[in-house]
Design a protein around this ligand. Structure first.
Ligand SMILES: Cc1ncc(COP(=O)(O)O)c(C=O)c1O
Length: 395
């Protein structure tokens, strides 16, 4: 992978025609170190967040040994790269073939579920295996999350109690898991979820071996500044202390966004300006889905030249496809004199960026990642928190 001092020098050398992934390995390492040294449990990376090979390899090189896979493809990707990895298949709805191959071909022993039907499938397809780690996913409120994951997944309290008892009867290791929703903005969400999980465990009257607090750990974006990661860990450790002592259970977490968001940016080019609308060469069908649909804001920076205008203005983006949904409202703050041919770095796209991209209209997803050595546009982990002017809160 080519390496540059900064995205500016990458633009200078490449003058890229297509969007380019900017990758900062030092930012990834900082996030991983934070989790591995401060979270009192096992950290599994949620592969869906960013399955790029260079990211997975750097996670491994920095000490991540467990991976949360959502599909058979992710299972095989991880197993192909890391024969020693512990893979957790944490999608609660899996095809029979996926369960079978995960268990028999790829050595997966951990599965999540939220129904008796799924438990029956897992047992049938693994040949009633007696070495399974089974994780009952609980439905919990996602009230503090910017992207809620409720409704689709999770067993209600009563159902979860029965499931946990049934799982306990057949599993080598039994436990519960949940997801507080993505980009969870307050540690109290974990406290509430843990309280509900404890009620289920108590009502089930069984010993558990694992307690998985899921993903949801936040990153920082314009208008979304979460508390320090240490306050999330403190809330989880406090709320689980008695449980860990009583059951001797292992704490697990499945972070995605918080590990990789700030290590990735996308470098795009302005193809046309119409007033305060910039037509750029990446969009909602590419790396910028979340800028379009949930209308998230991302930090931006002009790269190829020094702006002549002192002031910044809020811009909206149109992506390259013919679809009017390929629109990112913003506002994204950039120098007022931005023009066709300018290159922009759009930051905080290491999570749920290129992994969501399509080839709609023949536009290839951002490719050919390059590494850079400077700091990300925003950071939760940098010693002095980094943040650009565009972080102003939008009404
Ligand atoms: C089961 C599961 N675990 C972990 C994650 C990662 O979540 P996050 O990126 O919010 O940390 C997700 C994301 O959707 C998920 O569905």
């Amino acid at each position: 992978m080519r390496s540059y001092n900064s995205p500016d020098s990458a633009v200078k050398h490449l003058q890229p025609e297509n969007p380019v992934i900017i990758y900062r390995p030092h930012a990834l390492k900082r996030a991983v170190d934070t989790f591995l040294t401060q979270f009192n449990g096992d950290v599994m990376y949620a592969v869906k967040t960013n399955p790029d090979e260079h990211v997975l390899k750097d996670l491994w090189d920095n000490g991540v040994r467990r991976f949360d896979a959502a599909s058979l493809h992710e299972v095989s990707l991880v197993r192909g790269l890391f024969p020693q990895a512990e893979i957790y298949f944490m999608h609660t709805v899996k095809s029979r073939k996926a369960i079978r191959e995960a268990y028999h071909t790829y050595g997966v022993r951990h599965f999540s579920l939220d129904t008796q039907d799924e438990l029956d499938k897992i047992l049938a397809e693994t040949g009633q295996a007696n070495d399974l780690g089974l994780h009952v996913r609980l439905a919990i409120p996602n009230s503090y999350a910017e992207l809620a994951l409720t409704d689709k997944f999770g067993a209600g309290q009563t159902e979860a109690v029965h499931l946990l008892q049934n799982v306990r009867d057949v599993a080598l290791s039994a436990g519960v898991c949940f997801h507080v929703g993505s980009q969870c903005m307050h540690p109290d969400a974990y406290k509430l979820a843990i309280k509900l999980a404890k009620q289920v465990i108590k009502a089930a009257g069984v010993q558990i071996d694992t307690f998985d607090v899921g993903g949801g750990f936040p990153s920082t974006y314009p208008g979304m500044t979460p508390p320090d990661m240490s306050s999330y860990f403190a809330a989880i450790h406090d709320a689980t202390r008695d449980l860990v002592k009583q059951h001797g259970c292992r704490l697990l977490a499945e972070p995605g966004r918080a590990l990789v968001a700030e290590s990735g940016s996308v470098l795009v080019r302005v193809e046309l300006r119409k007033g305060n609308f910039l037509y750029i060469n990446d969009g909602t069908y590419g790396s910028l889905f979340d800028a379009g649909q949930p209308k998230w804001l991302y930090p931006c920076r002009l790269l190829n030249r020094k702006a002549t205008a002192e002031d910044q203005e809020g811009f909206s983006f149109y992506g390259p496809t013919c679809d009017t949904l390929d629109f990112m409202k913003g506002p994204f703050y950039l120098p007022a004199d931005i023009q066709e041919g300018d290159y922009i770095e759009i930051g905080q796209l290491g999570a749920y960026g290129r992994t969501m991209a399509t080839r709609f209209n023949g536009f290839a997803p951002a490719n050919q990642p390059v590494t850079v050595k400077d700091e990300p546009l925003m950071s939760l982990y940098a010693p002095a928190r980094v943040s650009v002017a565009q972080t102003r809160k939008v009404a």
